[in-house]
Design a protein around this ligand. Structure first.
Ligand code: PLP
Length: 455
């Protein structure tokens, strides 16, 4: 079959999909039983599928389409760059104009001190790059014994061997016999999962104390870095209690442990600022970016490095790391146009002052629904923890509610993500109040079907 062939009916495509396509993060038997959902068009916050149904995308693709679908500025910038120079590498003393301009732009937008950027193609590669840079940095600065890496339970940092080892979700690492040696998980501040939701601050404090104990147990002289998503996304939209991240940052500094902010989801407006690190004054040593950097229009990852560490790398001999497509000029052109739109339309500030608070009010209004155990979120990201009719105590890991609720939401015309017993919501930042209303009406319909009101 060719693209645009009249043979490409939804049924033919689904048959070919089943025959030839292995999907990421998919239970294939279930997929083949129901047939894949094929999306064909996107405009603003809306998608159209191969059956002609319109859906409101409450997850911005995969937490990434920050400026929404069909953004003409990005489309035009990509066309123009492809016409002029579709590709040239940044290896061996060469590069291209968009790669230089994007590195400069990121340094201007990022929190103070984050001066240099090494580009890659994804969040996983951005974190893998950070892992490798940290290994070489520890040798360059004369502390080669610092090799261990800390990350938190419920963290999601990617799918390479290194980044799966960082990831704190057993469903991601156990099938692959990971984590690798030298990766240590500390508690993540998921108060609801620990049945401590009545006092998240106290649970956050307990997590910090445990983290400190683990640091002492492992010996700080052997620990190079800690990776931290400011809001843990794929692990269940875990919003840190006030002060927790700053204390974790201070703990890292006290033990000479580098602090890596994985801002793959949180950057570029999602939490109501350009970067969560800026909003919460985390002063990271390294910061990793992807997703919203191009709003998902083309693959691009970035590892930003604080100036003092960049200096060490610059004077540390040949840097034998990088990807064929590091600094891909067309991806960088997409990113520059995307950042221009985010800046011109002040989308991070709009999330902070307008749509973020509105979205959070609507989210929290569902906290009283009998199917909801907890509503939490910040900016334009949120989660609803779901409970069965018997309440939280009746939850059964064998029959998680999140996937079921997400399926019901899709039937109601809105896309959200099911994770364990929760649904996650993170729409494009351009969403209007009326579209937020529509999103939560769809979610409410799904919840009503999950939990029919008692007659
Ligand atoms: C916080 C975070 N880090 C890293 C990644 C991995 O990014 P990618 O899927 O682009 O490799 C993700 C993906 O969801 C993420 O949410």
């Amino acid at each position: 079959m060719d693209l645009n062939s009249p043979m490409n009916t939804p049924d033919n495509l689904r048959r070919a999909d089943q025959r030839f396509h292995l999907h990421p993060f998919t239970q294939h038997e279930e997929l083949h039983a129901q047939g894949t959902h094929i999306l064909v068009e996107g405009r603003g916050v809306f998608l159209r599928d191969s059956e002609g149904r319109q859906l409101l995308d409450g997850l911005a693709g995969l937490w990434c389409v920050n400026v929404g679908y069909g953004c003409p500025e990005i489309v035009e910038a990509v066309h123009a760059q492809m016409r002029q120079l579709a590709y040239y590498p940044s290896f061996f003393n060469s590069t291209t104009e968009p790669a230089i301009l994007l590195a400069e732009k990121l340094a201007a937008l990022a929190p103070p001190g984050m001066g240099h950027t090494l580009f890659s193609n994804s969040g996983s590669e951005a974190n893998e790059t950070a892992l490798k840079l940290i290994r070489t940095l520890m040798k360059l600065r004369g502390t080669p014994g610092k090799t261990k890496i800390l990350s938190r339970e419920f963290a999601y940092h990617g799918v390479t061997l290194g980044t799966t080892s960082l990831t704190g979700l057993p469903s991601c690492f156990s099938p692959f016999d990971l984590p690798l040696p030298g990766f240590v998980h500390v508690p993540g501040p998921h108060a609801y999962a620990a049945n401590r939701e009545e006092d998240p601050a106290a649970y956050g404090q307990w997590c910090l104390e445990q983290t400190e104990r683990i640091v002492e147990r492992e010996n700080p002289d052997t620990i190079a870095a800690i990776f931290v998503e400011p809001v843990q996304g794929a692990g269940g939209v875990i919003v840190p209690p006030p002060g927790y991240l700053q204390s974790l940052r201070a703990l890292a500094r006290q033990h000479d442990i580098l602090f890596v902010a994985d801002e793959v989801i949180t950057a570029f407006g999602r939490v109501g600022d350009w970067f969560a690190s800026g909003l919460w004054e985390l002063e990271p040593d390294l910061m990793t970016l992807a997703k919203g950097l191009t709003s998902g229009y083309l693959p691009l990852g970035a590892t930003m490095v604080r100036e003092e560490w960049a200096e060490l790398l610059i004077h540390g001999g040949p840097l034998a790391h990088g990807f064929t497509y590091s600094g891909h000029p067309t991806s960088c052109a997409a990113a520059l146009a995307n950042l221009h739109v985010l800046e011109r339309d002040a989308l991070p500030a709009r999330v902070q002052a307008d749509v973020g608070p509105y979205f959070q009010r609507k989210l929290r209004a569902l906290a009283d629904h009998p199917a909801v155990g907890e509503a939490r979120g910040v900016g334009l990201i949120g989660a609803l923890e779901l409970v069965p009719p018997g309440g939280k105590a009746g939850l059964n890991p064998a029959t998680p509610l999140g996937i079921r609720a997400a399926k019901l939401a899709r039937e109601a015309g809105v896309i959200v993500r099911g994770i364990r017993d929760l649904i996650a919501v993170a729409p494009p930042l351009i969403i209007s109040h009326a579209e937020i209303d529509q999103l939560f009406e769809g979610i409410q319909q799904a919840l009503d079907r999950l939990h029919p009101p008692m007659k």
